[in-house]
Design a protein around this ligand. Structure first.
Ligand SMILES: Cc1cc2nc3c(=O)[nH]c(=O)nc-3n(C[C@H](O)[C@H](O)[C@H](O)COP(=O)(O)OP(=O)(O)OC[C@H]3O[C@@H](n4cnc5c(N)ncnc54)[C@H](O)[C@@H]3O)c2cc1C
Length: 513
């Protein structure tokens, strides 16, 4: 029996309670908002796990123009320049605003922000918190602020399973809460449900991050963008734990070097060496491992005895694995970390479905292009969460619809999808493996089984990767190593992905829109 939550009719519904969802809800105050969080607040959000911090041009000798240039360079020619410019200019104020909200940033002696350096940044511009505990501090402060805001109703333990859409306009959300299915009548929904790491065997993301927001939007007919661009963090701690603990770029920023099991430093001749963009470092490590070598991050001489104090969370993960990072090299390997693609949104965070906005990792505005610059995502979520809130404020409202009960999809289970997607759309891809994944994913996506929504998301990633017959940023095709002269962003709907699968998976052709 599906009950409608009448007391909450007409409220803006935000799906997700990480930095993106909570920023949107706080920016909308005092307008009444419902925040759906499938996990208890602060649990199972990537935000909580963030280590390095938030990028913004805050330091002397830095500027939004330099931050924008670094973002564009990492994005490998695919970024939307206007979005990048807007982001870089808004970033310093977004950080100052968080500080005013109560986020305790690490401070320099003069009281300014202590700023770290990370890969592919030309300046030290990473505002960090609690050493390497940025996400924990950010979630603490945002959750406290949201709980203290009377206009924000947080529905913990409510998982959005379907959007109700009529004539390409949002009319409601079907969620499942502790007492069963529930309908929320609304004409304004914000998807802020995080990334897709839970669709992969090896990921640094919480296991509950498996692209449900993309599935909700895709099933509602929304256009998705740049799905093939999945970022693999080069240095996940090479242990059996899932999610894999991350050894942040900030460790390389402080001088740690990459060596193989013969002790050879193999990144020294690459431009920017260990601080090259993530895709470059991830590929170099992947290739070393394909040669049968193991790879280590050696922080002994650059950081040494300071390691535990500067990186307490990473040190704890190393110690739990029986390693002392001050005295021995840390075993590392690439793991899925971030999704540049997602629900296609315009500069105001609007998707192609009326009344549907998206922000944070589940959205794709074109900011990251083919490869995200380190520490840009928390800042992105704060900047574009606020922009989405302002866009919602200025949007017209319709009277809440009378909602009819819908069939409730089963509790999602991404596990059957993981091995298929990991094999097909990993650090290096090829047409044959991608094509082989299309049929099984399409069948699963159409099945109504618990894995159907996850398979639908994986199918769109695989079809987008198959269509892109060149290598660019995080998308590396063994069979198409060339870079395109004029990189173009890609767009795809779930319908189109199904149509291509049905037409003949082996014949899916290159097509970038
Ligand atoms: C280990 C690690 C370290 C990182 N370090 C950094 C860093 O230093 N700097 C940086 O900029 N970025 C970093 N990132 C990336 C960054 O943390 C994420 O991109 C960012 O936090 C995403 O925020 P979000 O609000 O979009 O999603 P999340 O923080 O993942 O929040 C998603 C929310 O949606 C909820 N949800 C999901 N599906 C549903 C559903 N169907 N119904 C209801 N609720 C749902 C989840 O429960 C959660 O509350 C890191 C990521 C990881 C994993």
């Amino acid at each position: 029996m599906t009950a409608e939550l009448f007391a909450l009719r007409g409220r803006v519904v935000v799906i997700g309670a990480g930095v993106a969802g909570l920023t949107t809800a706080l920016e909308l105050a005092p307008r009444p908002v419902v925040v759906l969080s499938k996990a208890p607040l602060g649990v199972e959000a990537s935000t909580l796990w963030a280590q390095g911090g938030m990028a913004a041009a805050l330091g002397p000798g830095d500027s939004p123009a330099l931050h924008a240039a670094d973002t564009m360079a990492a994005g490998d020619g695919l970024c939307d320049a206007a979005i990048v410019d807007r982001f870089a200019r808004a970033a310093p104020e977004a950080i100052e605003k968080l500080a005013r909200l109560g986020v305790r940033f690490d401070r320099a002696r003069d009281g300014g922000f202590a700023l770290g350096l990370e890969a592919a940044h030309s300046r030290s511009r990473i505002a960090h918190m609690g050493g390497d505990g940025a996400g924990r501090e950010l979630m603490r402060a945002l959750a406290a602020a949201a709980r203290a805001t009377p206009s924000i109703e947080i529905l913990d333990g409510f998982e959005a399973r379907r959007l109700v859409v009529e004539d390409n306009a949002v009319r409601g959300v079907l969620a499942v809460g502790p007492h069963g299915p529930a309908l929320l009548a609304t004409d304004k929904v914000v998807i802020a449900s995080g990334g897709v790491g839970g669709l992969y065997d090896d990921s640094t993301n919480p296991l509950g991050s498996f692209g449900q927001g993309i599935a909700l939007a895709a099933r509602a007919g929304a256009v998705l963008a740049d799905l093939e661009f999945v970022q693999f963090h080069p240095t996940a701690l090479d242990v059996a734990l899932r999610p894999m603990p991350l050894v942040s770029e900030a460790v390389r920023g402080e001088g740690a070097i990459l060596i193989d099991d013969l002790g050879e430093r193999f990144m020294a001749d690459t431009p920017r060496a260990e601080l090259a963009p993530r895709d470059v470092v991830a590929r170099a490590i992947w290739l070393k491992r394909a040669e049968g070598r193991r790879v280590f991050l050696d922080a002994r001489s650059a950081i040494g005895a300071r390691f535990d104090a500067r990186f307490p969370i990473i040190a704890a993960a190393c110690h739990a694995a029986g390693l002392d990072p001050a005295r021995e090299p840390i075993p590392v390997r690439p793991a899925q970390h971030y999704h540049m693609g997602g629900v296609a949104v315009d500069a105001e965070g609007r998707s192609s479905v009326a009344g549907l906005w998206a922000c944070g990792e589940s959205a794709c505005s074109g900011l990251h292009g083919a490869n995200r610059l380190a520490s840009n995502s928390l800042t992105e979520a704060a900047v574009f969460g606020a922009i989405a809130a302002r866009s919602i404020e200025s949007a017209t409202s319709r009277a809440p619809a009378r909602l009819r009960a819908l069939p409730t999809p089963p509790a999602p289970d991404p596990s059957p999808v993981r091995s298929i997607l990991s094999r097909a759309a990993g650090v290096m891809r090829d047409g044959e493996t991608l094509r082989a994944a299309v049929g099984p994913l399409a069948a699963l996506a159409a099945s109504g089984a618990p894995a159907a929504d996850s398979a639908a998301v994986a199918l769109t990633i695989v079809v987008a990767a198959l269509r892109r017959e060149h290598s660019l940023g995080a998308h590396s095709r063994i069979d198409f190593p060339e870079r395109p002269a004029e990189p173009r962003r890609s767009r795809l709907t779930l319908c189109e992905a199904f149509a291509e699968a049905a037409a003949n998976a082996p014949a899916v052709r290159a097509r970038s829109a």
